[in-house]
Design a protein around this ligand. Structure first.
Ligand code: FAD
Length: 518
């Protein structure tokens, strides 16, 4: 009896020791972080904001948020975590502006680095024959625009929305209506400074540490944290002619879009498009910012219930070129086959044009409609399959577009560098199709989250069964098998790069591609 009691008390003692050790191991994490010599600081209390993103659907609480003041703060933190080895569960996510959709910039029980703390004193414009700007990885594109404009310059390639960080968009691709000519933002970077998953600070470019340079671009934050980027600039225009025309037939719309992006001469500076399904009074909604060229005919145009395709174009110009530009536009437009009464024109400043989505943001915020769930779906579709896709999706799977725009525009693959980590279809021209839906919180109707997610699933299933060769942009998968299929033949290279630059899988756990071994 006494022996049994003795064994039992030994076991209890052993178990409580193990529990205390485990508890100590987790609770001591903040203390080891606190002890690091930093210019900035950690916050261990107000971490809930780092568990939110634009998608508003995933929330993973970190143990700490680092507000770095210097690159060495980031390197010191990551090196410390690297030295803790595979037995520590700590991971690190860089958070740009948190405009991810499914928790990609979050780190469950890890450390989130608030990259925007690095902004400010680092931005420097270098004018000259090949102008560029050096910026922090946490800099917002809107700030880069304002700074470079002081020198009459601006970046060449944009996203539609500028309140995103350099590190965030370069980790994906960064695409907008200029990509057909200049390529995505990842094609317009000369040099990067990166902190790897081992805490090493590495400068890289096409010529220097080129494997890391290419790997980080479009690398979903997996190989390193971008702390500085050198971005190409061009002379900035004063103003923009902003044009919208409508088509009722998808193939005519696509032929015109492809004609414009393939033209040898520089026609327009920006080419996009969007789909309008079952919208009434469409033209009246545009009146505030767009003027029809022929107001009488346009007022007779009825969009009711139809699926329409809107081609959106922009031509940049300087004030002394107005007449020439008007003539050029007239010439280019005469070669297109849109519905003639639907030519809508607007003239805005360059900043107004580039920062256009922010205007909608302000309106949506004021109505409480910005911080709602955003079940977005972004796809790259090969040109040869875009008609099949359009036939099935617009009007069949999707019966209306009341809860967000559907963008659709082609880009040229030749403007993408195939050594980067970005995954795109295997055709010379492919389309971006972006379903930018907002869900009405707690609605169970067609504008509710469940309904939109079901629609997204139907679209993805159709792409799969019809073998369209589609790739997701801003990809989201839950299993490594799916990631392997996403990368296709590029998977091996990506895995090799991961084991070279972040062997413990410390970085960007929110992408759910690799898992830290513990
Ligand atoms: P975050 O969401 O903070 O981070 C995204 C990912 O990048 C995370 O995995 C994060 O860990 C990693 N990361 C962040 N910073 C760094 C860094 N410095 N180094 C390494 N990794 C880092 N995309 C387009 O291409 N074109 C568009 O027109 C476009 N429009 C958009 C409009 C809106 C309203 C929104 C919400 C998104 C849009 N996007 C667009 C998508 C956007 O480019 C991506 O979601 C981008 O990642 C957001 O940038 P962010 O700074 O908020 O990044």
């Amino acid at each position: 009896q006494s022996n049994i009691l003795l064994i039992r008390s030994f076991m209890l003692l052993f178990l409580s020791c193990v529990t205390i050790r485990i508890k100590l191991c987790f609770s001591s994490i903040p203390y080891t972080l606190k002890a690091l010599p930093l210019d900035g600081h950690f916050n261990f209390d107000e971490v809930h904001l780092a568990a939110k993103d634009f998608g508003n659907r995933y929330q993973f609480l970190p143990v700490a948020v680092l507000h770095p003041k210097s690159v060495s703060d980031i390197a010191t933190t990551i090196e410390h975590i690297w030295q803790m080895g595979p037995h520590s569960e700590l991971t690190v996510a860089a958070r740009g502006h948190g405009h991810s959709l499914q928790g990609q910039s979050q780190a469950h029980r890890g450390v989130v680095i608030n990259m925007q703390s690095l902004r400010g004193p680092y931005m420097q414009v270098y004018p000259g024959n090949s102008p560029y700007v050096d910026v922090s990885g946490g800099e917002l594109w809107i700030n880069i625009l304002h700074e470079s404009l002081k020198f009459g310059l601006a970046p060449k390639s944009w996203t539609d929305y500028l309140h995103l960080t350099v590190g965030g968009t370069l980790s994906n691709a960064g695409i907008s209506g200029q990509a057909f000519r200049h390529g995505p933002q990842i094609s317009n970077v000369h040099q990067l400074e990166v902190v790897t998953g081992k805490g090493e600070v590495v400068t890289c470019s096409e010529k220097q540490n080129s494997d890391l340079f290419h790997g980080v671009l479009g690398g979903l934050g997996q190989l390193g944290i971008i702390t500085r980027a050198r971005i190409l600039l061009e002379p900035a225009p004063d103003k923009v002619k902003w044009i919208r025309v409508l088509y009722s037939d998808f193939s005519t719309f696509a032929i015109d879009q492809e004609k414009l992006i393939s033209a040898a001469e520089n026609t327009f500076d920006y080419i996009e498009g969007f789909v309008i399904i079952n919208r009434t009074g469409l033209l009246n909604n545009w009146r505030s910012s767009f003027n029809p060229q022929d107001p009488v005919q346009a007022s007779q145009f009825k969009s009711d219930g139809r699926t329409l395709f809107c081609l959106e174009l922009a031509k940049y110009f300087h004030l002394d070129e107005t007449d020439v530009v008007n003539q050029e536009i007239e010439n280019y437009m005469s070669q297109l086959s849109y519905i003639t009464s639907t030519l809508f024109l607007s003239e805005v400043t360059y900043v107004e044009f580039l920062d256009r989505v922010h205007v909608s943001e302000v309106i949506l915020r004021s109505k409480g409609l910005w911080e709602v769930p955003h079940p977005w779906l972004n796809l790259f579709i090969p040109k040869s399959k875009i008609q099949d896709f359009a036939d099935e999706v617009f009007g069949k799977i999707l019966k209306e577009t009341s809860n967000g725009p559907i963008l659709i525009y082609p880009v040229n693959k030749s403007k993408w560098n195939n050594r980067t980590s970005a995954v795109i279809p295997e055709e010379d021209i492919f389309y971006l199709v972006a379903f930018l839906t907002s869900a009405v919180p707690s609605s169970t109707g067609t504008d509710g989250l469940e309904h939109i997610l079901t629609q997204n699933k139907k679209i993805l299933e159709f792409c799969e069964t019809a073998h369209l060769g589609v790739k997701q942009y801003l990809p989201h998968y839950t299993t490594q098998e799916e990631w392997r299929a996403h990368f296709g033949p590029r998977w091996e290279v990506f895995v090799k790069r991961k084991s070279a630059y972040d062997p413990l899988a410390v970085l960007a756990p929110g992408q759910r591609i690799f898992h830290k071994a513990i």
